[in-house]
Ligand binder design. Structure first.
Ligand code: NDP
Length: 484
């Protein structure tokens, strides 16, 4: 097997195996070939990982922020040095083209490690003066053992987006990747050790949803950060509530992108391509409901079709290729099923619509026009390369329709009218908004969703508040007054 790691799990600074766990075959989505065989964590492995994380935490938190930050920044450097090797692994794990993984996976993981490594030394409490010389000071404390549970679309990035702020604050982590893409988180764990992280600070265990569930309910766990679908988010949030644990929920979306008649059409088409077909459409914040003002609809669709015809679909390891397979046969079949629903419910297929025959899980980028708000393809998250184009007449109408969804992850507007752009963004019910661009997620900016799309924010300084808590200390400089 081409990408067989030393063992399935990485616990207490070393690879660990337990072949009693259910087998997990890792499949290269471009060929269907099995590239590694791992095992799901048994209860003994879950316990071992939690013991390791728990026993490492106090010592890690006792280091200065500068020392913790140094480890994270070294890890960022190692990731960048190994970017090509890590990108090749990520391409095999996910099927995403190397052209993408070289710039969007280990590199964005490294950005998170560098950013939170840089912040670690500046994390402090504050001094709050009170009357009569009394004062309060606050101590920013780590939460303890944090659990990270990841989706399969950005496995390296998710492992770092959760691990970096957790570790910067003095927590330790047990991370469970999606069973569909289990390989790269192991590399993140190895790199952290190489960068000087004490053993037990960042552990990785494999498994299906049941392993995630057993982590979430364990009383040793203080915080759960999940990237996944809304149905999984509901379950994990409910399970965490039982232990009143901290949570961050990065869930799914059905985000709107609005294109007004005064927009730069070329840029709007670029935004729609990025927001629907990057990573073969498997991006949570995708703008899959593209509202186009009626008078420019045909011009928009024509230009979109022309540009899609130039997409290079094929071997993801060929750096010229910019559109790869979906992550699994199952995910491809889900997306193809939605295409059938779109046709059956009367949407007009203007581009693509078919599977590309072969051993891999390839399908064409697909565009439907004349989509109406009540159609299934306009309401449900597809998580594949299927764009719905909807018409609109007025600003007021489109904003109401854009917000008419249970999701609230992202939203975008293309217009050259400055005041309209800000008016629309102010009205969007979404956590991550874009004006004249789409789907950028720099580590410096908060990322996350409103409504059913999530709780909390990743990245930026805000993530620190989700991985630490404040202890208030009241200091009296006076005698204690008691009533009797
Ligand atoms: P899932 O919700 O199916 O799974 C997410 C993770 O949770 C997986 O590791 C899964 O394990 C695990 N899991 C499943 N059930 C449970 C449970 N009961 N308790 C604990 N853990 C559990 O999502 P996908 O992996 O299919 O990813 C796609 C989804 O993720 C989409 O909805 C997408 O929008 C969302 N997403 C959100 C992002 C964001 O930042 N907002 C970014 C990327 C994706 P296993 O896979 O082994 O079953």
């Amino acid at each position: 097997m081409k990408f067989q790691p030393a063992a399935s799990h990485f616990i207490d600074g070393a690879y660990v195996e337990d072949t009693n766990g259910a087998p997990i075959d890792v499949i290269y989505p471009a060929t269907g070939e099995v590239i590694a065989r791992l095992h799901s964590a048994t209860p003994e492995i879950v316990n071992k990982a939690l013991i390791s994380a728990k026993s490492a935490q106090a010592e890690w938190a006792a280091l200065s922020g500068t020392e913790r930050g140094r480890v994270l920044r070294r890890a960022a450097d190692i990731m960048r040095e190994r970017n090509r090797e890590l990108s090749i692994l990520e391409t095999h794990d996910t099927g995403k083209p190397l052209q993408e993984t070289l710039v969007a996976d280990a590199t964005s993981g490294a950005d998170a490690l560098e950013y939170f490594g840089g912040l670690a030394a500046s994390l402090t409490g504050e001094h709050i003066p009170l009357g009569g010389g009394d004062f309060v000071y606050t101590i920013r404390e780590a939460l303890g053992v944090c659990v990270g549970i990841g989706a399969w679309n950005y496995p390296t990035q998710i492992a770092c987006w959760k691990g970096a702020p957790a570790l910067a604050c003095g927590n330790t982590m047990v991370f469970k990747p999606s069973e569909a893409t289990p390989l790269s988180a192991l590399q993140v764990a190895e790199i952290l050790i190489e960068a000087g992280a004490p053993k037990g600070v960042y552990n990785v265990i494999q498994g299906y949803g049941d392993v995630g569930a057993s982590l979430v309910t364990d009383p040793r766990v203080a915080k759960v950060s999940l990237t996944g679908s809304v149905p999984t988010g509901r379950k994990v949030y409910a399970a965490a509530a039982d232990g009143v644990k901290h949570v961050t929920m990065e869930l799914g979306g059905k985000s709107p992108m609005i294109v007004f008649e005064d927009a730069d059409i070329e840029n709007a088409v670029s935004g729609a391509i990025l927001g629907n077909f990057y990573s073969s459409g498997q991006v949570c914040s995708n703008g899959t409901r593209v509202f186009v003002q009626k008078c420019i609809k045909e011009a928009f669709l024509n230009r979109l079709s022309e540009r899609l015809a130039t997409a290079k679909i094929g071997d993801p390891l060929d750096e010229e290729v910019n559109f790869g397979p979906l992550v699994s046969e199952n995910q491809m079949n889900i997306a193809l099923g939605y295409i059938e629903k779109g046709k059956a419910e009367g949407a007009r297929l203007v581009y693509g619509g078919n599977r590309i025959e072969g051993d891999g899980f390839f399908m064409q980028p697909t565009v439907f026009a004349d989509v109406t708000d009540d159609m299934t393809i306009a309401r449900e998250e597809i998580f594949g390369p299927v764009m719905s184009v909807l018409d609109f007449d007025t600003e007021e109408e489109v904003l109401t329709r854009a917000n008419n969804t249970e999701f609230g992850l992202a939203a975008g507007v293309f217009t050259n009218d400055l005041t309209r752009a800000h008016r629309i963004v102010a009205g969007f019910e979404a956590g991550t908004c874009y004006i004249n661009t789409y789907n950028l997620a720099p580590v410096e900016a908060p990322f996350g969703g409103s409504k059913m799309s999530g709780v909390g924010r990743e990245n930026s300084k805000l993530a620190i508040n989700h991985f630490s808590e404040m202890k208030s200390v009241y200091v009296s400089m006076n005698d204690v007054e008691a009533p009797y």
